[in-house]
Design a protein around this ligand. Structure first.
Ligand code: SF4
Length: 356
């Protein structure tokens, strides 16, 4: 990785894209290739090593496409989540597995995999590209701007990076793109086959997601079924070290072996318009035919009223924040934040204080 060292400034030393190679981040990359949003110095793909074949195929296609526009696509990785989880010699990998306790109660194991396999490698790469690899201190005022593909229908996921040297930005929120608009945009540019990016064995898949893997990625399905069996009584590393699980682990939310679940059962309460509740019901939108596929043919609205309200609020909040930053010389991130959990405010920056 070529490092760039810059002096402290209010401008980013680097413009990065966190590329998941799914629908939203692919849209952001194509927007930059077309010059609709500023170009990126590099697009970073954090590879967990266990994505569907279609995601890797899209990544390869994007690499060629982006390089023509002068944006290099680089892969960063902290290892292979599947082989690490099954390796008795490897430190415990914490995936959000569904647990069935001896008393019949259910739960969800702690989730650390996103941080370990996605966020940490991206932060490490950003440091290296800025020219301050760990443990060197990144000087105050030197930072990378990192674009994240979050569309308006998933605004709740917009977060600050948590570190001073990375400022997250959300181009799709700025442009008002929801997932359906992204799908439409990709289709118009010949990227209509872009699928959702997530690990093959992600316990957050719903029936539709599992069904998609079973029907479109037979090797991936076989690996997921094997993985599901292998983790039934805990991760091999934990078992080897005497930390036996009292209950059982499962990939599917029903706490049944994956190959015994009836994935073809229709949703109990089908909804015409996908809402976060629908996605929760199913766990996650299916790869490749996410939100739009769940909509009935004669329904046109793109977002349910609650989401539209949140989106309007977001814009209002942003205008106020920007006005305030200007008048205060950038000392505070915002005047009065109406986001109930202030830590969730996408404009919050480490070091900024709230005005009293
Ligand atoms: S897709 Fe699922 S399993 Fe993979 S890193 Fe994210 S939460 Fe973990």
């Amino acid at each position: 990785m070529t490092a760039v060292q810059r002096t402290a400034s209010t401008k980013p030393a680097l413009r990065l894209l966190s590329l998941g190679a799914g629908v939203q981040s692919t849209t952001v990359l194509l927007l930059a290739c077309e010059g609709i949003i500023p170009r990126f110095d590099v697009a970073l793909f954090a590879d967990t090593g266990w994505e569907p074949r279609a995601v890797y195929a899209n990544l390869e296609r994007l690499r060629v496409h982006a390089e023509r526009a002068g944006i290099p696509v680089q892969r960063v990785s902290a290892g292979n989540i599947r082989t690490d989880a099954l390796d008795p010699m490897h430190r415990f990998v914490s995936m959000p597995l569904h647990t069935l306790n001896p008393d019949g109660s259910r739960g969800l194991a702690r989730r650390q995999c996103t941080s370990e396999y996605k966020i940490t490698p991206l932060k490490k790469a950003a440091r290296e590209l800025l020219g301050y690899p760990h443990p060197r201190r990144v000087p105050s005022g030197v930072f990378a701007e990192q674009a994240i593909g979050i569309s308006t229908d998933e605004i709740g996921r917009a977060r600050d990076s948590g570190v001073r040297f990375i400022h997250n930005i959300f181009p799709l929120l700025d442009l008002g793109f929801d997932r359906a608009r992204c799908v439409e945009y990709l289709r118009e540019r010949g990227f209509g086959a872009t699928v959702k990016s997530a690990c093959i064995g992600c316990p957050f898949h719903g029936n539709a997601g599992w069904r998609w893997i079973r029907d479109h990625d037979p090797d991936g399905w076989e690996q997921a079924v094997e993985f599901d069996r292998a983790i039934r009584h805990g991760y091999p590393h934990a078992s080897k070290h005497g930390q036996l699980l009292r209950g059982q682990y499962f990939l599917h939310r029903s706490c049944k072996p994956l190959d015994e679940v009836d994935l073809d059962t229709p949703a109990r309460h089908p909804q015409l318009i996908p809402t976060p509740a629908t996605l929760d019901e199913e766990g996650a939108a299916p790869p490749g035919h996410a939100a739009p596929a769940l909509r009935s043919a004669n329904q046109t609205p793109r977002e349910p009223p609650a989401l539209r309200h949140e989106w309007e609020y977001f814009h209002d909040h942003r205008r106020r924040a920007e006005r305030h930053l200007k008048s205060e010389g950038g000392r505070h991130c915002h005047i009065s934040c109406f986001v109930s959990d202030r830590r969730a405010c996408p404009f919050r920056r480490p070091g900024h204080r709230r005005r009293r």
